[in-house]
Design a protein around this ligand. Structure first.
Ligand SMILES: [Zn+2]
Length: 113
């Protein structure tokens, strides 16, 4: 199941029932968080119910592990708000480490040091 972040909670439960009752092996692939740093509902349900989890390692431009994603508009500017799911736009997504995601999102809080 690709793009599993877009599943609903009840769909994830249906998959869990298929695994338990029909003995089907089901593998899901998807993002953990959206461009705002929030869990997708499907990802939240999968994190709660999955028997096993593996992280696909993505690297930020600085070399750190990329755990976050920013949405960019057609002109390449970082988008800091909007709907979690946007269909048919010209936006693109870039994987970043949390520090560079915070910088890109122009977090209001000053750094701790
Ligand atoms: Zn980085």
């Amino acid at each position: 199941m690709d793009e599993a972040q877009f599943l609903s909670k009840s769909q994830v439960w249906q998959l869990a029932r298929a695994v338990d009752d029909l003995n089907l092996p089901i593998m899901c692939y998807g993002l953990r968080v959206d461009f705002m740093g929030e869990l997708f509902p499907g990802s939240a349900a999968l994190l709660a119910l999955a028997d096993e989890m593996r992280e696909v390692r993505t690297i930020c431009h600085c070399g750190r592990k990329a755990t976050m994603v920013v949405r960019k508009d057609a002109r390449g500017r970082v988008v800091t708000g909007g709907d979690q799911v946007q269909i048919g736009g010209n936006e693109s997504y870039v994987s970043l480490c949390r520090r560079h995601w915070r910088a890109a999102m122009e977090e209001d809080e000053p750094p701790l040091v």
